[in-house]
Design a binder for this molecule. Structure first.
Ligand code: HEC
Ligand code: HEC
Length: 463
């Protein structure tokens, strides 16, 4: 378990980071199109990133020794760097490319600890030219900006596209043989306003989310139906086209399970074919450098591995279990945060950002019938024109987003699906625009006293 800061230390840290931020604090924000015309000129500011040790990244408490060992072995797999043949020094993951966004799960899911989200400095820049690769770094990937993946809105024929187009290719790498392919022309796509972005979501606590029965999600969603209606909030779940149950993973709740997301991530982000997604996405014959799948169940295991069960499982199964066994982020409450949680509910944030969910029965005792605090209903809401990315995934249209879980927010650098801001107040104001279900709640937020708003922000940064 990570060390918990004492109340006094936390209060001091919050106070000093507020002072540091005040010097280059952004001007008070305008009302952003929620229609009531009120501008809170004394708005409080984001206290900023909570410093100190990471309050996330540990395995679930009370794991059995065998489960703990699997977690430890799987964490190494999650951090493993992938190369084409897995034979480069320190890069033993096999199957990189032909196209990729980065070379390891742990590189994108890095902050504040392994399993999290984008670190403050973007690792994709170094990956673009590692081992002789000749990739240009697109304009939307910057040294101090978020890790991003890119989707195209329309294809070359003007039809809906929506898919991830990998930023980089292996061309030029010492391990790429004669594979020569070109990157998408991102400069042209940016100029045509045809490219949209997503940043990594943190993986902490996702075993709890996965093991929450649909019935519990529905009950929590319906519990405040009257309040939602009075605030103009509707929302709906995204259902799996395969088995009809509620999907909960990804910014648009577009994926059913951690295994499915992990398999997709291996193939889409790193180019590693696997048991879930067994075929290469790039057809160029000279670039088919490995037999498929590049990651699968090993027919032989290495003796004396820390976890024989992990050694006998595919990397995809390993990284899935790593995410499943990660504990939720640990909040670090203080007096202002306790007051702030009340303000959070008073203005109506909690109607979408549902504080508490409960898991069902689980084979893993640490996941069995426990309550947890994700601050999400895992439903989709229409968030209006400013957040609309014009991409449809299952039951999610362009303006629809899964209520982003707020746990771990205190140690997040980038906010919203595309990482457009590092400022909490900007992220909150972006909820309001033409057509957004959050307009009334953001209107309430804008009328808060400076003290109440400061308490609300302190609450969010204590999560
Ligand atoms: C290039 C950066 C990058 C790499 C590498 C990467 N991811 Fe991700 N990950 C993302 C992004 C971006 C999202 C959000 C995608 C979306 O919703 O469209 C995400 C989301 C996820 C989610 C969903 C979490 C949630 O809250 O719903 C899981 C699970 C996940 N990744 C697992 C992995 C695993 C396992 C690996 C390694 C095989 C991996 N990722 C590699 C960028 C990355
Ligand atoms: C109608 C439902 C709804 C309401 C009401 C709502 N939110 Fe959200 N919130 C969302 C959704 C959906 C997202 C993800 C939007 C995106 O990334 O485009 C989000 C994202 C956020 C984020 C960014 C999280 C991240 O992972 O980047 C913060 C912070 C946040 N909300 C705080 C609040 C606060 C504070 C309130 C109350 C003043 C509030 N929200 C009210 C639905 C809602």
């Amino acid at each position: 378990m990570p060390q918990r800061a004492s109340l006094l230390i936390l209060t001091m840290t919050l106070a000093s980071s507020t002072a540091a931020l005040a010097q280059n604090a952004p001007p008070p924000r305008n009302n952003n199109g929620n229609g009531n015309g009120q501008v809170n000129t004394t708005a409080a500011t984001d206290p900023g990133l909570r410093t100190g040790p990471a309050d996330a990244g540990s395995p679930l408490a009370d794991l059995e020794t065998k489960q703990w060992n699997f977690f430890a072995a799987a964490q190494d797999v999650f951090n493993e760097i992938t190369s084409v043949f897995g034979n480069l020094n320190g890069e033993e993951g096999r199957g990189l490319g032909p196209r990729f966004n980065h070379t390891s799960c742990g590189g994108c899911h890095a902050f504040p600890s392994t399993g999290g989200t984008s670190p403050p400095r973007n690792p994709q820049i170094a990956a673009a030219t590692a081992h002789g690769a000749q990739n240009a770094v697109p304009s939307f990937i910057t040294a101090n900006g978020p890790v991003r993946v890119a989707r195209l809105v329309r294809d070359a024929q003007g039809r809906p596209d929506g898919g991830v187009h990998a930023l980089f290719t292996i061309t030029g790498r010492t391990d790429a043989g004669t594979c020569r392919i070109t990157q998408p022309n991102f400069a042209a796509e940016v100029a045509a306003d045809n490219v949209v972005f997503r940043i990594p979501t943190p993986l902490y606590g996702l075993g709890l989310v996965e093991n929450t029965p649909d019935a519990n999600l529905r009950a929590a969603f319906n519990a405040n139906a009257a309040l939602k209606e009075s605030l103009g909030i509707s929302g709906h779940f995204n259902f799996s086209g395969n088995d009809g149950s509620i999907m909960r993973f990804g910014w648009k709740a577009q994926n059913k399970s951690l295994m499915m997301f992990s398999g997709e991530a291996y193939n889409v982000e790193q180019g590693v074919t696997n048991e879930v997604f067994p075929n290469e996405r790039e057809d160029e014959a000279a670039c088919q450098l490995n037999a498929t799948p590049e990651d699968g169940v090993p027919f032989e295991t290495t003796p004396n591995a820390m976890s024989p069960a992990a050694a006998a499982s595919s990397d995809t199964a390993n990284v899935t279990m790593f995410a499943r066994l990660l504990a939720a982020p640990a909040p670090v409450p203080n007096a202002a945060a306790v007051r702030g949680e009340q303000v959070f509910s008073r203005v109506g944030c909690h109607t979408c950002h549902t504080p508490t969910q409960t898991t069902g029965r689980s084979e893993i005792a640490a996941l069995d019938r426990v309550s947890y605090h994700p601050y999400s209903d895992f439903a989709l809401h229409n968030m209006g024109g400013r957040l609309n990315d014009r991409i449809t995934q299952g039951g999610a249209n362009g303006g629809d987003w899964r209520t982003a879980p707020l746990w771990g927010l205190g140690q997040r650098v980038f906010f919203l699906h595309d990482g457009r801001t590092s400022d909490l107040v900007t992220a909150i104001q972006a909820h309001a625009s033409q057509g957004s279900e959050a307009n009334t709640v953001i209107g309430n937020f804008n009328t808060l006293s400076r003290q109440d708003m400061a308490d609300l922000l302190a609450f969010l940064r204590a999560l």
